[in-house]
Design a protein around this ligand. Structure first.
Ligand code: ATP
Ligand code: MG
Length: 250
């Protein structure tokens, strides 16, 4: 089977005043369907830039992104927007929930925005299913201010999953959370991957978070330095990853 996502020799150059920043210097990687891949690296290494290119939020200076066989750079802005809306989901460090809406309404938001009625039985079932995967079925009628930070982020994950995206992209989803709460988020992501075959690309600087992935791409100075296969493991111990990184001097 061809990979669900492929990056070919991506570069990204930012012009900032008179200064040029080479954020990516030739990144190639592939993600298979159902795989959980982490992009790990120090601050400023180009992780978020890479995720934005992979998810079609921004265009590379050179190189190509192929998502489900579609070369994103060959699409018009409108086609790229549609592909992103229909086939990808995003989770960020900030939860971006609507304070006045309850959990069900926040999760149903992508349908509401698309002009669909989320009470339609098929869509309502999808909303319930997404809430179940993040383990919030008991809190459907809570508003964000009646939830813990970890629960709020899980609502954001459910909202990203509700459209059944081919790919879920997450950029430091545990960045604002303490260790225990962060584990809840990573558990929810891992479950969606293991139980629903959700393909996930997670950006993190944290080896404990990256250890949930099947494979870790280590990025530094705009390049992938190493790909470290970990395999699907129910125990998410970071020890194998940390010792491999130490062996590599990373
Ligand atoms: N819009 C922009 N304009 C100019 N430079 C940028 C822009 N976005 C990112 N950069 C630069 O590109 C490089 C990579 O940034 P990026 O945000 O991808 O790093 P990161 O690995 O996500 O870091 P962090 O872990 O701190 O989030 C950095 O040097 C950053 O300053
Ligand atoms: Mg970043």
């Amino acid at each position: 089977m061809p990979p669900i996502l492929e990056a070919r020799d991506l570069t990204k150059r930012y012009q900032l005043g008179g200064e040029v920043v080479e954020a990516l210097r030739g990144v190639s990687l592939t993600v298979d369907e159902g795989e959980f891949v982490a992009i790990m690296g120090p601050s400023g290494s180009g992780k978020s830039t890479l995720l934005q290119l992979l998810g079609g939020l921004d265009r590379p200076t050179s190189g190509e992104v192929v998502l489900e066989g579609e070369t994103v750079s060959k699409l018009s802005d409108e086609q790229a927007t549609r592909l992103r809306r229909d086939r990808t989901g995003f989770v960020f460090q900030s939860f971006n929930l609507i304070p006045l809406l309850d959990v069900t309404e926040n999760v149903a938001l992508p349908f509401t925005i698309a002009g669909q009625d989320p009470r339609n039985s098929d869509l309502a079932a999808r909303v319930r299913d997404a809430i179940e995967v993040v383990d919030l079925s008991g809190k459907q009628h809570h508003r964000p201010d009646q939830l813990s930070a970890g629960e709020q982020q899980r609502v954001a994950i459910a909202r990203a999953l509700v459209t059944r995206p081919a790919l879920l992209f997450a950029d430091e989803p545990t960045g604002n959370l303490d260790y225990t709460t962060g584990s809840e988020i990573l558990d929810a992501l891992w479950r969606s991957c293991t139980e629903r075959r959700q393909t996930i690309v997670l950006v993190t600087h944290d080896s404990k978070a990256a250890a949930y992935a099947d494979r870790v791409c280590f990025v530094r100075d705009g390049r992938v330095l190493e790909e470290i296969p970990l395999g699907r493991r129910a125990d998410h111990s970071a020890t194998p990853l940390i010792s491999r990184l130490a062996q590599l001097g990373l």
